[in-house]
Design a protein around this ligand. Structure first.
Ligand SMILES: Cc1ncc(COP(=O)(O)O)c(C=O)c1O
Length: 314
């Protein structure tokens, strides 16, 4: 077993994050002063939604796609906020500006049902409006993770049916994923590879999962995983560049025998997978040729999106 011991969200150390300024309900304050109530619905119940976005050259990449997902999720759980995407962009821009950031920054925007009148579950007890927090950190994905790849272990915890808690909710409650990650750690891996209720390969605890087999790119049907913005961009890039891509059911048999495997997520873009259940994936260490190609295409797509955001509409 290769000794790596890392996570997909490892970032290079940056001392500036010790004195970060954080947006909390209309104010931008030092991280030591950034606080929410112990009665907050997010703290008490995990009753909230979040988005992770990255800042490139003063723009939040794929902002519209992130807002589509966020507002769809908020509507689905009747979490009303008196704001639209433009207000959210303003919050994020003000927070980034307060921290002197124009790039290499990652935000976690969190919206909960807010402070409750009593410490019980009923949503009607959340009476004081939503809680909105934006943490924007100086962030460069750790080079060793990108270079070496990460080790996955298949875990007993599965992604459930949408009738329990739809995996498309980027909800504050990530207990399903946290349990999966703990199980993977206990199995000696970095992160978890999760199956769906039928036993097909689905996703990891924090990212979407792809394999490359015989020149084709495969990912799950999407029925049980996060509708990742990066996942969709990779699928679209494959289609636009004549790379065969399939959203399909497949088993560990095909994952173990893959030529390459990689994860997708806003933070790490495309992160190579070195091992699954102790089995080495591919013949090269680090990213394989298809992963490298998709990474380059994705980088160009981010640049194009940022350029488009900067071009005024006429
Ligand atoms: C469970 C899970 N899967 C996948 C992703 C990746 O989604 P995206 O590409 O939109 O960052 C996330 C990120 O929020 C996630 O929480």
């Amino acid at each position: 077993m290769i000794e790596l011991g890392q996570t997909t969200h490892d970032a290079e150390a940056d001392a500036r994050n010790d004195d970060l300024l954080i947006y909390v309900n209309g104010e931008i304050v030092h991280k030591d002063a950034a606080k929410v109530s112990v009665y907050d619905s997010g703290f008490m119940l995990g009753d909230g939604m979040w988005e992770g976005m990255r800042l490139y050259d003063g723009c939040w990449a794929f902002f519209d796609e992130h807002m589509d997902r966020l507002f769809n999720s908020l509507k689905s759980v009747s979490l009303e906020i008196d704001m639209g995407p433009a207000d959210i962009r303003d919050i994020l821009n003000r927070t980034a500006a307060a921290n002197g950031m124009t790039g290499d920054a990652h935000c976690r925007l969190m919206i909960t049902r807010g402070r409750k009148a009593k410490p019980f579950q009923h949503p009607s007890l959340s009476r004081f409006g939503p809680t909105i927090v934006a943490i924007v950190e100086h962030s460069k994905p750790a080079e060793n993770v990108q270079a070496k790849g990460i080790r996955l272990a298949t875990v007993p915890q599965v992604r459930g049916l949408p009738t329990s808690q739809d995996a498309k909710f980027n909800s504050h409650s990530k207990l399903n994923c946290v349990i999966a990650c703990l199980q993977a750690e206990q199995a000696g891996a970095d992160e978890a590879l999760m199956l769906d209720p039928h036993g097909f390969v689905n996703t990891t605890n924090a990212c979407n999962f792809f394999i490359v087999r015989r020149g084709e790119v495969w990912t799950s049907t999407g029925d049980y995983c996060m509708n990742g913005v990066t996942r969709q961009k990779v699928i679209d890039l494959c289609r636009e560049n004549d790379i065969p891509v399939r959203e399909k059911n497949y088993s560990l048999y095909e994952a173990y025998g893959a030529d390459e495997a990689f994860l997708t997520g806003t933070f790490g873009a495309q992160t190579p997978v070195a091992e699954i259940d102790g089995k080495v994936i591919g013949s090269t260490s680090g990213a394989g040729p298809m992963t490298l190609r998709l990474r380059a295409l994705y980088k160009a797509l981010v640049a194009a999106d940022v350029a488009a955001q900067k071009t005024p509409l006429i």
